[in-house]
Ligand binder design. Structure first.
Ligand code: ARG
Ligand code: ZN
Length: 844
């Protein structure tokens, strides 16, 4: 059952209004619906088919007369009048046994929903497609102390609550929450003076972990007014924290539902990284109110319309709230870690896919993060001013619409007069473009010769050239900038750009700020990179120069067995001791490419990556850093201690990041002494967890791990960290055994996605451990995916991506992985979600 973009047709009916009544019961909730339909003049097909899955139909009626519709696994069909009519249905569902966490389900005794993308059809019969938008009235009957739905609150009695959402919305934005919850309240007055009641709803006991999220929400609301001119549009805005959730969070209109890991924060239990991520996700979901809800998607192929744009907006927000260069570098690290492997393997797909079997499998790094990069490029090409004019037009023209990428590009064409037909390839062509550069200097003219190519990807053997905004600046040999950053707009397969009047040969800094999501191949020597590491005025490229030196050094070590890291270590030393630089930036500088990134790089160069050799090289480089910086690290550590009460602000977090990066290197030489001291005095989770990591890394973690568990066994989110850390930091030959042992722990609960991911996400993320030559990790993961699939197909399918890079490795490893993939594929009753993923991965 593959669906194709080109097959889109509008639904035969318009939904004028939806009225829902829920009679809550754990295993027998009744859902009564009254839906007003009108024939859609824009549609030719008047087949009346409503989606519905796992529903027990009690009764159905049209205009008050009982009907006996035709039922199938997928929904309901009925004969209807050729005029406006009211459809009614009563169905029964069982939230307590809904382990897929899609539709209405229960989590820790609380009723909650997740409808995106196609979960509403597990609640009642409905045209469950995003282009059908309607206002909803909801009545919840039950004895739960708190009963919430979308929109504004209406009547409330001892055993019922009513909600009205005046804004037409697709069913995927529907939400209902009911349970024993407590609120952390605040309010926000919008630019035009409307007072909005804000609340974050949590289980009793978690009230103390809401303040940070609330501040983030208010900042997001203000920022969207100031930067995009977007105001909030209801009397209330509710956020709920839920322990069992397949994803991070969901932007349901007026009632955002969050994985508790993405909203609950306290200094004792959350790291600086958690705080930053929570702030970004709160912003992301809030920003969806305009980019996603007020303007939604015509169909699920257009998912990047709301996700790419909203990720772009939340990145801008984080850059404004914190450090822009640090945010940019972190985003690129993430893109390379998650999107590049996807785009270079069997799961590669365009930012706007053209077909799918299960849409849940397309909530990917490509749709989200590459989708956001595409918008960043568009903004770079047209400039900030034109970008905001185009966005104003987008909101004005499409408010209330279910729109497409064509609509989106059109507002840019109309405001700027640009022809974006070639740019549109970014939405249709999959794969990561490779950009090669050659330099030439003659007379006083400097020329950059570029060549771009995108290798074939599944279903796309041939690619056309893409529009690449290449940000370039030129430096003098003394380090001064002679030509400030300009955007070279490359549109052809090969294209040259000249710079004149240069009396000395300049040193180019290319792809500043990572101005396009490509792999840059620039044959620069070590000296050149060291020069840029020392002098580049572009913070991103300065970091990138260090990264390139680290990559090259690691690749050489893997290929030749000999370390060649002097240029890298010398250059790096100067940067990390430079106190004029932001500590957070210096902490990023101290990091190095992941082992998985190196494996990808080696594969790209025609080598077969050996995970153990890569592991040894990476460890060797860290040892070399620890030795080369031995004199520097204690000072770096001491100078960046943050005294006083904990604050998660960017400055303090940056200093802690640098101190803890120093600690992790220090403990390679002092056998964990400093880390033990930090562990013993730690007053916040950032310090506690980095001390624990350093101790484990130094082989001294056992005692602290036991103490950590005893201290935190009542806190699920902290115990997730405890599970994950042990697998992440396990030695390659022990990783599978450690993970397996943890699955026997009484606190392991496969039905909780956070806990499952803590163990198995960490297993897949421990590169040398996952790919250890005995294949034990492959077997263990496959075995657990097979156990999880019948309960929770979505999370199972997502975790299959652990195998997406399998073709990089040697024949033995490929054989072992293939055997596991085939074992999963052969599972009786395998879900459509997982079967699509395994099929695509095996087809490589
Ligand atoms: N729209 C949500 C967000 O971007 C993600 C929902 C994902 N749901 C899913 N079933 N894949 O925040
Ligand atoms: Zn989103």
């Amino acid at each position: 059952q593959t669906v194709y973009l080109e097959d889109y047709t509008p639904f035969g009916f318009i939904v004028e209004a939806v009225d829902l009544t829920f009679r809550l019961h754990p295993t027998a909730t009744r859902v009564l619906s009254r839906i007003r339909f009108l024939p859609n003049p824009e549609a030719s097909d008047r087949t009346f088919f409503l989606h519905g899955e796992d529903l027990r139909l009690i009764r159905a009626a049209i205009d008050g007369r009982e009907i006996t519709p035709e039922l199938s696994e997928a929904g309901l069909r009925a004969d209807v009048p050729d005029a406006p009519f009211t459809f009614e249905a009563e169905v029964e569902i069982s939230p307590a046994t809904n382990t897929a966490l899609e539709g209405l389900y229960m989590s820790s005794g609380m009723y909650c929903t997740q409808c995106e993308a196609e979960g509403f059809r597990k609640i009642t019969y409905y045209p469950d497609r995003p282009d059908v938008m309607a206002p909803f009235e909801v009545r919840i009957e039950g004895d739960q102390p708190v009963m919430l739905s979308n929109g504004n609150p209406g009547a409330r009695g001892a055993d019922f609550a009513e909600w009205t959402d005046p804004w037409p919305k697709p069913a995927y934005l529907f939400a209902l929450v009911a349970g024993d919850l407590v609120a952390h309240r605040d309010s926000f007055t919008t630019a035009s003076g409307r007072k909005v009641d804000l609340a974050i709803w949590v289980r009793p006991g978690d009230e103390g972990k809401c303040a940070f999220g609330m501040e983030a929400l208010k900042k997001s609301m203000r920022w969207d007014e100031e930067v995009y001119g977007r105001e909030y549009d209801l009397d209330v805005f509710n956020i709920v924290a839920v322990d069992d959730f397949n994803m991070g969070a969901m932007e349901n209109k007026g009632l955002n539902i969050f994985n508790s890991s993405c909203v609950l924060a306290s200094p004792e239990t959350s790291t600086d990284g958690n705080f930053e991520r929570i702030e970004a996700i709160i912003a992301h979901e809030y920003f969806h109110n305009w980019t996603g809800n007020r303007i939604t998607c015509r169909d699920w192929f257009q998912l990047c319309l709301k996700e790419g744009l909203t990720v772009h907006r939340d990145s801008e927000f984080t850059s404004d709230m914190r450090s822009a260069p640090v945010k940019r570098i972190s985003d690129v690290i993430d893109l390379r870690a998650r999107q590049f492997p996807e785009d270079q393997g069997p799961l590669s797909h365009p930012v706007r896919p053209e077909s799918f079997q299960e849409i849940n499998n397309f909530y990917t790094a490509t749709v989200y993060e590459k989708g956001a990069e595409v918008i960043g490029m568009l903004k770079r090409l047209v400039d900030d001013d034109a970008y905001h004019r185009a966005l104003d037009l987008y909101f004005e023209r499409h408010d209330g619409d279910a729109a497409t990428i064509e609509d989106w590009l059109k507002v840019f064409e109309d405001t700027t007069g640009r022809d974006l037909s070639q740019f549109k390839r970014w939405y249709s062509q999959s794969g990561t473009p490779r950009l090669h550069v050659r330099e030439e200097y003659e007379g006083d003219t400097f020329t950059l010769h570029f060549r771009q190519e995108t290798p074939p990807t599944p279903g796309q053997p041939d690619k056309g050239p893409q529009v690449l905004p290449i940000a370039v600046g030129l430096l003098n040999p003394n380090g001064d900038e002679v030509t400030p950053t300009q955007i070279l707009e490359m549109t052809q397969a090969e294209q040259s750009f000249t710079f004149e009047g240069l009396r000395v040969r300049p040193i180019p800094s290319i792809l500043r700020g990572f101005s396009a999501p490509v792999m840059l191949d620039h044959a620069e020597g070590k000296d050149r990179r060291a020069f840029l590491l020392a002098h580049d005025s572009d913070a991103f490229n300065r970091w990138e120069a260090g990264r390139e030196l680290a990559r090259e050094s690691l690749v050489q070590t893997v290929l030749t067995g000999a370390a060649s890291d002097a240029a890298y270590l010398d250059g790096l030393k100067a940067v990390i001791r430079d106190e004029s630089l932001d500590p957070a930036y210096r902490a990023l500088m101290l990091g190095q490419p992941t082992q998985s990134e190196l494996a990808g790089l080696l594969y790209e160069r025609g080598e077969t990556p050996d995970p153990e050799a890569i592991h040894d090289a990476a460890e060797g480089l860290r040892d070399a850093k620890a030795a080369a910086f031995a004199g520097l690290l204690p000072g770096l550590y001491e100078d960046n201690q943050v005294p006083g009460p904990y604050s998660p602000d960017a400055q303090s977090a940056g200093r802690r990041a640098l101190a803890n990066a120093a600690l992790s290197l220090l403990s390679r030489r002092d056998h964990g002494a400093q880390a033990q001291a930090q562990y013993d005095r730690a007053g916040n989770m950032t310090e506690q967890l980095s001390a624990l990591s350093a101790l484990i890394d130094a082989g001294k973690g056992d005692l602290a791990l036991g103490r950590f568990y005893d201290q935190w066994q009542g806190d699920r989110l902290v115990i997730d960290k405890w599970f994950a850390l042990q697998v992440m930091l396990a030695a390659p030959e022990e990783t599978a055994a450690v993970a397996e042992r943890l699955t026997q722990h009484p606190d392991f609960d496969m039905t909780n996605p956070n806990r499952f991911r803590a163990v198995f996400g960490a297993l897949a993320g421990n590169h040398a451990g996952f790919h250890y030559r005995d294949g034990a990790a492959y077997r263990l993961l496959a075995e657990w995916l097979m156990k999880l699939d019948p309960l929770n197909p979505q999370t199972t399918a997502r975790m299959c991506t652990a195998f997406q890079t399998w073709k990089r490795y040697d024949a033995d490893r490929q054989d072992m992985i293939r055997a596991q993939l085939e074992r999963i594929a052969a599972l009786d009753g395998l879900s459509g979600d997982t079967s699509e993923m395994i099929g695509r991965i095996l087809a490589a």
